[in-house]
Design a protein around this ligand. Structure first.
Ligand code: NAP
Length: 294
């Protein structure tokens, strides 16, 4: 079998186009422009790339960016003050603080300081709780991206045997909640899981969010399964040149899986498209408008 490659770039471009159209209609019909504040602390090279890509996407969508770059030395009180300022600013509809933060800063405290109504990353405990309780709320962008990509292969995820590897608050746990909401049967595996290859082989839908380069081998995958690879790992390529690989051994998996996301070009671009979608959603809610029909 040769897997169908799930083209995250093209699917994301389609979603971004729909968001852009909706933003254009908001401006044309109501004179409103959604605003997104992206806060980057320090000079983590990976975070700088992510923030650059997010800012570019915000600009292209017609939304208003409120980017803030703060030095590594910024203290917690200053960051909290900036968040309070964005919380109070009606022109800022969404707030995203790029993680990880320097270890001196209490990440949970910063996340909890964001107005839950503006929490486009969906990491605020209130939004995480709403997701876990099956209440409407903001789903984190990467987990939402995984679900939307899986749904380009399967119209419904109901009754599928889904295995999520990873239980972080950012990816593993929320993606498991979203899968439950889709009526999949969900197993969440982690570093203490016994016989991980056997657990993976049960999966009709396998979502890898581990952060270990190419750990999932071809013979861990059930023939015909759909595989969503969230991992972004920098490894030394030919001649020592760095390259990005996922958590799944791509060439092996492509021979066994039914469908597979590439890295790069899979979950990454779709995550950014979902950030725009979340920003549009919160903006409509704050403006008292119905949710966008996307
Ligand atoms: P994380 O917080 O480090 O969590 C990793 C998870 O993987 C943990 O639950 C850990 O288990 C589990 N794990 C680690 N080693 C394992 C092993 N040998 N066997 C089984 N499970 C193992 O990472 P994260 O933030 O969720 O991110 C995961 C990956 O996704 C990273 O590569 C990250 O760069 C990438 N990512 C991509 C996007 C995107 O937009 N594409 C967004 C976010 C993250 P324990 O809990 O037991 O330690």
């Amino acid at each position: 079998m040769t897997a169908r490659i799930i083209d995250g770039k093209a699917i994301a471009a389609d979603l971004r186009g729909k968001v852009k159209d909706a933003v254009h209609r908001l401006l044309r019909d109501r004179g409103l422009v959604p605003g997104l504040a992206v806060v980057l602390v320090g000079r983590n090279p990976a975070s700088e790339v992510y923030v650059r890509n997010k800012s570019k996407a915000v600009n292209e969508s017609g939304m208003r960016p409120f980017d803030q770059r703060l030095p590594e030395t910024v203290d917690e009180a200053e960051l909290l003050a900036l968040i309070a300022q964005f919380n109070a600013d009606p022109a800022v509809n969404g707030i995203l603080v790029q993680l990880p933060l320097p270890p001196r800063i209490d990440q949970q405290k910063i996340i909890a300081a964001i107005d839950p109504a503006k929490d486009v990353d969906g990491f605020h405990p209130l939004n995480a709780g709403r997701l876990a309780s099956g209440l409407p709320g903001l789903a984190p962008c990467t987990p939402l991206a995984c679900i939307l990509l899986a749904k380009t292969v399967h119209a419904s995820l109901a009754s599928m045997e889904a295995v999520v590897i990873g239980r972080s608050n950012i990816v593993g746990k929320p993606v498991a909640q979203l899968l439950l909401a889709e009526n999949a049967t969900v197993t969440v595996a982690h570093s203490k899981t016994r016989d991980l290859p056997a657990v993976c082989r049960r999966a009709d839908l396998l979502i890898a969010a581990i952060g270990r380069p190419e750990m999932i081998r071809g013979d861990w995958i059930k023939p015909g399964a759909t595989v969503i690879d969230v991992g972004i790992n920098r490894v030394a390529g030919e001649g020592g040149k760095p390259r990005i690989v996922g958590d799944v051994a791509y060439a092996e998996a492509a021979k066994v899986a039914g469908a597979l996301t590439p890295v790069p070009g899979g979950v990454g671009p779709m995550t950014i498209a979902c950030l725009l979608l979340n920003t549009l959603r919160v903006a409509c809610a704050q403006m008292g408008l119905p949710a966008p029909n996307i």
